[in-house]
Design a protein around this ligand. Sequence first.
Ligand SMILES: Cc1ncc(COP(=O)(O)O)c(C=O)c1O
Length: 385
Amino acid sequence: MVNLSKGASRIYGEAAFEVLAKAQELERQKKSILHFEIGEPDIETPKNIIRAGIRAIQEKKTHYTPSIGIMELRKVIQDEVEKTRGYRPDLKQVVITPGLKPGIFFSMLAIVDPGDEVIYQDPGYPTYGSVAAFLGAQQVMVPLLEENEFRMSPDDIRDRITKKTKLIVVNSPQNPTGSVMTKSEMEEIAELAEQHDIYLVSDEIYSKMTYDTHHYSPTVRDAAKERTVLLDGFSKYYAMTGWRLGYMVVPHAMAERLKDFLVSAVSCTAAFTQWAGIEALTGDQSFIPEMMARFKEKRDRIVEGLNSVPGFRCQVPKGAFYAFPNIKGTGMTSQECADHLLNKAGVASLPGTAFGPYGEGYLRFSYATTLKNIDSAIERIKRSM
Ligand SMILES: Cc1ncc(COP(=O)(O)O)c(C=O)c1O
């Protein structure tokens, strides 16, 4: 038999989709399942954005666009970055992608060679490690510790930098812990990248999803001109996961190469989606604070509930829509506990180990669901223990 590539055996997927499939199988067997596994808002895309998308289709915005995106949206993103991060990127630095995720893939493809070392958070979003493994890079994990509120410590990064370090990936607000890095931590990490001549990719998909605190981008240091890459997108805070729309702000030299990556891989991002993105950024923004107020209520309810389960202990996350309880007191591993909750309580969550070895002893609950479901889940969990 002809072998597949070596990279094909190294790339890996995401547990959320596997658990969802398991949960749906149980539902087919008429079991009642409460879903806390998938990381997407439980609300519809705002109507004004939907209308803009439909209008774009009716106006025949259904053809190829430039590979790096339409000028109109790229200009709006220039304004957006200036407003939210405080620096104005050149138009040439702004690249549109079909969701944020291709931005991770393409920036790592552009930066990392086999044998290079890539530093990232553990537990963390699985794509960074998967793509690093695919590229034949060394995966260097920085543990996120409960005692540090799951924030990535600049000292831990410093300790792991070697001559082979090529890239640091940061993600704040963070998936799966909901932690938010402080301004001074971000500044310190950006400074480290500069001192050691290392690239820094900042995944800011939850940038507008914080509670009583602010997101700070490490790309402010060089305005994404030298070594930092800003990744953001519309999936989470505009509830647009299925539209597939994200953006990158990158150094000029990288933008040139990305053009060719995009042409080779996807040609371009869907045209009408890009036009809907303009409405998302320039239309009424009240949707976001309203959604975040509801999320805050859900966060407080689930954290309180999880803390009332014997053997569970849960911190109050400062961003995103994930709770990450410590379940070590149950005597079960993460996987055992997640399986137990799914099979015995009909509650689908993710084992912390789906996000890396340092996730052992934790579960992730996506609380993008109703307060009623949260209450029922806590009741069911308690009954099953
Ligand atoms: C940290 C992080 N980055 C990226 C993504 C994916 O974003 P998108 O759907 O826009 O590709 C997610 C989705 O769960 C995420 O949690």
